[in-house]
Design a binder for this molecule. Structure first.
Ligand SMILES: *Cc1c(COP(=O)(O)O)cnc(C)c1O
Length: 463
């Protein structure tokens, strides 16, 4: 056979980059020889053993194996039973969010993020209807995927042609950009306000975010609770984002993999929790534009290795204008044939039988660690935490005075103190930020933070 010259990789593969991998591989991350490494870098809640999946969740998979009935090929979009279970769980989460909102609005009717009262109708009608969801899911609205990552890949692939563009938060989970690069789509970053809970800014007509939109803008990505900031957007801000998307007819791509991992509001002095935050799934607020919500078991159920995720399709448009995207998603799911059959078979039990106490235990454990991380890191000379974390597993820390880039800080901290954190540059942050994962138990966090404090004493001047 004739020789055809050198082998080549595809152009799409070559432009697909993972910023975390690239940045980390470029660093010299040798630890201090006499200090044990404390990894506060990767977003895997299982590595310290303090956070464990519920027994009922493990047993559900064991039962699926033992049954011998879950070894075949499931349909590409997932089994009907599993999809039904996901739809039901999503509807329950929406009802729960509405209950929280009603309770908050009846408790303090002034100032809070409550919707405007309509002119007609009694107060009681209003209280009943103000928080009714625009979304109600059925099994046909659910597509299972191999983790939220695969779900994101399906969504972006169904929406984007080369040269279309996407609005991403100015700091975000790097996979979004990796997938968009593969698809040849352009990423446009909308600004966030670090001092105000990392909320999106410039959404108003003529504002900085508003000006990013052109005729090739297809969707806006909202990650709530948010990686890498640990911020949680509440109802009022989510409504502003929905309004923005509706004004521009943009699809909302909601990454809610940390949905439900939201800590309770605290007193202003930081003492004890006072009640839940009003952070509903954004899908239940959208009445004119479609929302694709990505979610999965990885974080909330503490089983990232099981690779179970899903897409929820909410299409409130008249005449189901989104059905072409629905069909596109179904078509694309044929490429991979969905997540493994055992976890699919276990899904109904996982979603319906995990106890309230277990969720509460995880939530309070993470909340305690988050509060500890926030207090300790804020008190270190030379560091600044712009907004405290209210959810997920992360806090984003700023180096005052920017003597060092995030990259340099991470490399030297590892070399001198054997503490590993991620540079903000991995998430698109300007130089001078780093991300801390607070999954580790308090004693480990405590040791890590005193090492960070020593490091900062040596290297950073106070502002
Ligand atoms: C961890 C994470 C995911 C990925 O979830 P998998 O189900 O493990 O693929 C998606 N989005 C964000 C923001 C994450 O932090």
């Amino acid at each position: 056979m004739e020789k055809r010259g050198t082998f080549k990789a595809s152009a799409a593969a070559l432009r697909t980059r993972n910023p975390i991998r690239e940045l980390i591989e470029g660093l010299d991350l040798r630890s201090h020889p006499n200090k044990q490494v404390i990894p506060l870098s990767i977003g895997d809640p299982t590595i310290f053993g303090n956070l464990r999946a519920a027994d009922v969740v493990n047993e559900a998979v064991v039962d699926a194996v033992r049954s011998g009935r879950a070894n075949g090929y499931p349909p590409a979009v997932g089994t009907e039973v599993a999809r039904e279970a996901v739809a039901k769980a999503a509807n329950t989460a929406i009802e729960e969010a509405a209950r929280v909102a009603r309770r908050l609005s009846s408790r303090h009717t002034s100032g809070g993020p409550t919707p405007d009262k309509p002119r007609n109708g009694t107060h009681r009608d209003w209280a009943q209807t103000a928080f009714t969801s625009a979304a109600h899911y059925e099994k046909r609205d659910v597509i299972l995927a191999s983790g939220a990552s695969h779900a994101l890949d399906l969504c972006f692939s169904a929406l984007l042609d080369p040269e279309d563009n996407v609005l991403l938060p100015s700091l975000s989970f790097p996979l979004y950009e990796t997938i968009c690069a593969y698809l040849g789509a352009e990423v446009r970053r909308y600004p966030l306000d670090p001092e105000r809970g990392w909320q999106a800014t410039g959404l108003e007509p003529g504002g900085a975010t508003d000006r990013l939109v052109d005729e090739r803008t297809v969707c806006i990505v909202v990650n709530n609770p948010m990686n890498p900031t640990g911020s949680v957007y509440e109802r009022k801000h989510l409504q502003d984002i929905v309004e923005f998307a509706e004004r521009h007819r943009l699809v909302i791509l909601a990454d809610e993999i940390y949905g439900g991992m939201v800590f309770h509001r605290r007193h202003a002095d930081g003492s004890g929790p006072v009640g839940p935050l009003d952070a509903p799934p954004i899908g239940c607020l959208a009445r004119n534009v479609p929302v694709l919500t990505v979610d999965g078991l990885a974080k909330r159920f503490l089983v990232p290795g099981w690779r179970m995720g899903w897409i929820l399709i909410h299409d409130p448009t008249p005449d189901q204008q989104f059905s072409v995207i629905r069909r596109a998603l179904e078509g694309l799911s044929m490429k991979i044939l969905g997540p493994n059959s055992l976890v699919q078979a276990a899904l109904p039990v996982i979603l319906s039988k995990t106890s309230r106490e277990w969720y509460e235990h995880v939530r309070t454990t993470l909340a305690r660690q988050a509060q500890f991380a926030y207090e300790k890191l804020s008190s270190i000379r030379g560091l600044h935490v712009p907004s405290p974390p209210h959810g997920a597993m992360y806090v984003l820390v700023c180096l005052r005075n920017n003597h060092m880039s995030g990259l340099e800080f991470v490399q030297r901290l590892m070399a001198e103190e054997s503490v590993l954190v991620l540079p903000g540059e991995c998430f698109g942050a300007p130089p001078g930020y780093f991300r801390v994962t607070f999954c580790a138990p308090i004693d480990k966090l405590s040791e890590a933070f005193s090492r960070i404090a020593n490091f900062c004493d040596r290297h950073l001047r106070a502002a």
